[in-house]
Design a protein around this ligand. Structure first.
Ligand code: NAD
Length: 478
């Protein structure tokens, strides 16, 4: 079985429609988290590279903004088609750099971004680009040069959720993927080149956040920043963008709650919650990591959660039978293990899993699916984003208490409510302060607005609402 695939040499940046030599010669290694081997290296770009990329994007903006909706949609359709053709290869690339099990990579890591590009034509049709308001003609104008900065956990999806609508709107883009999982971004740039996107409309600069990211967010010629990543970096980007009076869309972390009401099917609810908690080894911003159950049913919840967690098969992410791959890096694994130790020290009870290397796995940055019970809402493990396969069970006394606990978080990204009656679940869902909430296992909708409130950030991605972020409104009176 394959445990890795050959990765082409990536020693250039894509700027102004050409693969050009970076100005510096520093590189960054990309590590396969299952084999723990270096599989590729990428340029560590510099502020001077960002200057070149922003200049190219600025130069390309007037003519790209002047293209017709039809022209832009046709190019984005062509990108979707090529992504689809290269789907198996891209899934293998992402599995190699991130450790997502191969089936999930194909379905989510590649399937979702392909859809993001493919749906742009329809979304442009749905969006009102011009409307009459009294004696005004109100028109949507593309914002300009967009700095797009992505995280490592859904590398291609996060890029597509920014780049597809930005380009559809008529903006030009400087893209920085995560330095941890940058490889699919190179394939995407190749695809843009093949389909004939005009030079400078999309530019790729790889490198560290502190260098390339900083140069992008503070650049005087950038008109908008769109960022997905951690709360701390998000706050910093918000400050810099605020100083420059540039809009910033910030998609940050979460600590999402799953409330199981007393009339719910407990087994169904817990299986669904744990599945969402463990997806991508828990490295999912909308992971449901707080399971809120009636106090008297905690033992039952623990038993179901333990059975589900222990049934998960860990191993080689290229093995189709594997359900849980490694975490992305040794650093991330160590961070998550430290949280598990801390949970026990704080007085939470470890029900299954733990901080040790799971049995039978001699290599790979694995963490066993871990469940804590006797968790109080004020414990740090119930408040901080762990970003690993760790679930906290929290007991509630009455529905008001359940809602209070769900809202006892500085984050507000996702959530879930389970009940035997949809109306009951809906009434509770309305009272959770969060950007999205699923009732009784409602499926992820890639056309619904996606984003958070409070420390989960602001701005929306996906669907028409995500597209709207890349325009400003101009009123022309007559
Ligand atoms: P991160 O904040 O460390 O890095 C994200 C990106 O920002 C990377 O490309 C990084 O290089 C760059 N960066 C770092 N410092 C920067 C700086 N000073 N200026 C500009 N750019 C900088 O996050 P991560 O570890 O890559 O991703 C995990 C985090 O992302 C988690 O907190 C997760 O919840 C969050 N996330 C949120 C969503 C969402 O949609 N809300 C989706 C996925 C991930």
């Amino acid at each position: 079985m394959t445990t890795t695939i050959p990765i082409p040499v990536h020693d250039r940046l894509y700027i102004g429609g050409q693969w050009i030599q970076p100005i510096g010669d520093e590189t960054i290694d990309v590590v396969n988290p299952y084999t723990e081997e270096v599989i590729a290296s990428i340029p560590a770009g510099t502020a001077a590279d960002v200057d070149r990329a922003v200049a190219a994007a600025r130069a390309a903006f007037p003519s790209w903004a002047a293209t017709s909706v039809e022209q832009r949609a046709a190019l984005l359709d062509a990108v979707a088609e090529r992504l689809s053709e290269r789907g198996d290869e891209l899934a293998a690339v992402i599995t190699s750099e991130l450790g997502t099990p191969i089936g999930l990579s194909r379905l989510i890591q590649v399937g979702l971004p392909t859809m993001s590009f493919a749906t742009m034509r329809g979304l442009l049709d749905e969006l009102t680009l011009e409307e009459e308001v009294g004696n005004s003609l109100v028109v949507r104008e593309p914002l300009g040069v967009v700095a797009a900065i992505a995280p490592w956990n859904y590398p291609l999806h996060q890029i597509a959720a920014k780049v597809a609508p930005a380009l559809a709107a008529g903006c030009t883009v400087v893209l920085k993927p995560s330095e941890v999982t940058p490889l699919s971004a190179f394939a995407l740039a190749e695809i843009f080149d093949e389909v004939g996107i005009p030079p400078g409309v999309i530019n790729l600069v790889t490198g560290y956040g502190q260098v390339v990211g900083e140069a992008m967010i503070g650049h005087a010629d950038v008109d908008m920043v769109t960022f997905t990543g951690s709360e701390g970096v998000g706050r910093h980007i918000g400050e810099v963008a605020g100083r420059n009076l540039v809009p910033a869309a910030l998609e940050l972390g979460g600590k999402s709650a799953c409330i199981v009401l007393d009339d719910a099917d407990m087994e169904l609810a817990i299986i669904a919650c744990l599945t969402r908690c463990l997806l991508n080894s828990g490295q999912t911003c909308i992971a449901l990591t707080r399971l809120i159950v009636p106090r008297e049913r905690v033992p039952e919840a623990e038993a179901i959660a333990t059975a589900v967690a222990e049934a998960h098969k860990l191993g080689d992410p290229f093995d189709p039978a594997t359900q849980l791959g490694p975490l992305v890096s040794a650093q991330q694994r160590d961070r998550v293990r430290e949280w598990i130790r801390r949970g026990t020290q704080e007085g939470a009870r470890l029900v299954t899993g733990g901080a040790e290397q799971p049995a039978g796995l001699s290599h790979g940055y694995f963490v066993a699916p871990t469940v804590f019970s006797d968790v109080r809402s004020d414990m740090p493990i119930a408040q901080e984003e762990i970003f690993g396969p760790v679930l906290s069970i929290i007991a509630y006394d009455g529905e008001e208490d359940a809602i209070r606990i769900a809202n006892d978080s500085r984050f507000g990204l996702s959530g879930a409510v389970w009940s035997g009656h949809e109306g009951h679940a809906l009434s509770v869902a309305r009272r959770i302060r969060t950007g999205q909430v699923d009732i009784n296992g409602g499926a992820f909708n890639p056309c619904a607005p996606f984003g958070g409130v409070d420390c989960s950030g602001h701005g929306r991605e996906l669907g028409t609402h995500g597209l709207e972020e890349f325009f400003y409104l101009k009123s022309i009176q007559r």
